[in-house]
Design a protein around this ligand. Structure first.
Ligand SMILES: [Ca+2]
Length: 463
């Protein structure tokens, strides 16, 4: 071979090598996050009335965690926990933005954080570093609305997303009627009659179309099924007719219609992955940010959104993708685990100093091992439908501590999933061990506690 030709060959080989190094084979990631979605709202999780064939199929195609949890009983902290891999107790982003005011309650809530700090590398930023195209679609609810000048630095584009479709300060569409055009959301165009879930789905499938040759991260954070309960008239009619024809455990046609639109959206995204040949090269995750409003959507659990019991935090929690065989796992897992799990599944090094509270679920997903024993923690020093509380789950047991009076509730969640029998008095040693671990954890993460309220007025406490 002449020297010149050999030189070209070397250069070509170098170029190919460089190309492979710069664009390693990375599976795509699609993350479906549903708002206020109860554990029992899917056909596959017990609803006789709702119809969710696409989500059920997705659940059956991967690993379904039957003890999957949201990190908080309300929106913003759970969302931040997914993106940071840190507990709300650690980031001090402990309530929905901008929370309830209870000036005369027994306890004064701590001065909590209403934004994710830029010092933290978030999940989308970590994926961007790996060459992923990143898209945020839907509800954000992570803007510090009480610090107006800071708001512009905390939209999705400032936290690692290439695009923001629809994310703003709102925790829900603006008001009644706003699941329909006009939406008044960033980068969302619409026309008369457009339905929000469908319109956001248009952007999701467009993103997949555009980025099908790149590794991509689609974070589809639905506004649905948060209030206002509004659905397409033809679907409401369908469920009104269905309701006439039989007896069901759920009985709200408009809610069922919202759930069907959600399911159709998931189906359209999954169909698009198939169409562009990426279905077998995509990790798909489905979960919710907190329990449903109303215990009847929480699958027989106690409580619901904004309460301290299981209905507030137990969520659908499915992960499907390359190498993940269909199955179920009863290992307790939580929102903070998504970040390290995703990095691990795309063969990237973990960032332990970032996702400080999550662990990779890859050994469970690939059925190659188990997790180290650990406890899960919740910290909600705020008033909502509950009074301020902290909680710990270890193995079969969960302890809840209410901060107003130090009351303890201990449950065996395997024998008593509906939390009907408080064991705190009959198993005081177990309660004491868990309480000590909970207190130690709060010290370790520097969680903020409420303090006695000098303006406490029992007559006005609920205002
Ligand atoms: Ca929510």
């Amino acid at each position: 071979m002449n020297p010149k030709k050999a030189g070209y060959l070397t250069l070509a080989l170098l170029a190919v090598t460089h190309l492979v190094q710069a664009n390693p084979e990375r599976p795509n990631v699609v993350f479906f996050l549903v708002d206020d979605f109860g554990w029992g709202a899917l056909s596959s999780s017990g609803s006789k009335f709702h119809e969710t064939p696409n989500i059920d199929k997705l659940a059956a195609s991967g690993m379904s965690f039957t003890n999957g949890y949201a990190a908080c009983t309300v929106c913003s902290p759970s969302r931040a926990a997914i993106l940071t891999g840190c507990y709300p107790g650690r980031t001090h982003l402990t309530d929905w933005i901008d929370g309830h005011k209870r000036p005369f309650a027994k306890l004064r809530v701590p001065d909590w954080n209403m934004k994710m700090e830029h010092e933290r590398i978030l999940l989308p930023e970590a994926l961007k570093e790996l060459g992923y195209a990143t898209s945020f679609i839907g509800k954000w609810h992570l803007l510090p609305i009480n610090e107006k000048e800071l708001m512009k630095d905390h939209f999705p584009e400032s936290h690692g997303f290439d695009q923001n479709i629809g994310g703003r300060e709102w925790g829900q569409p603006k008001g009644r009627g706003q699941y329909f055009h006009p939406f008044d959301m960033p980068n969302v165009t619409s026309k008369e009659g457009d339905y929000l879930t469908d319109r956001l789905t248009d952007y999701a499938v467009d993103f997949i179309d555009q980025k099908q040759n790149d590794p991509f991260f689609l974070y589809f954070s639905y506004y649905t099924v948060h209030w206002p309960i509004e659905a397409k008239p033809e679907l409401i009619k369908k469920y009104e007719e269905k309701l006439k024809a039989g007896k069901f455990n759920h009985t709200k046609p408009a809610y069922a219609a919202m759930v069907q639109s959600l399911d159709e959206s998931v189906g359209r995204v999954l169909d698009k992955l198939k169409e562009v040949g990426q279905a077998d090269n995509t990790i798909v995750i489905f979960t919710g940010d907190n329990g449903a409003v109303g215990t009847n959507y929480c699958g027989g659990l106690r409580g619901a959104k904004a309460y301290s019991h299981e209905g507030g935090v137990r969520e659908p929690f499915f992960i499907a993708g390359p190498g993940i065989e269909p199955g179920t796992s009863d290992v307790p897992v939580i929102s903070t685990d998504f970040y390290p799990t995703i990095l691990d599944l795309v063969s990237a090094p973990l960032k332990d100093e970032q996702h400080e509270d999550g662990v990779s679920l890859k050994p469970l997903l690939l059925q190659t091992g188990r997790l180290q024993d650990r406890s899960l923690f919740w910290h909600y020093p705020h008033y909502h439908r509950t009074t301020p509380y902290g909680a710990i789950r270890n193995g079969d047991y969960k302890l809840i501590e209410f901060f107003e009076d130090g009351a303890l509730e201990l449950y065996n969640l395997v024998e008593d999933p509906a939390e009907e029998t408080n064991l705190a008095d009959t198993m005081p040693e177990k309660a004491a061990i868990l309480l000590e671990e909970l207190e130690q954890w709060r010290t370790n993460v520097e969680a903020q506690l409420p303090t006695p309220n000098p303006n406490y007025d029992p007559a006005l406490a609920d205002q």
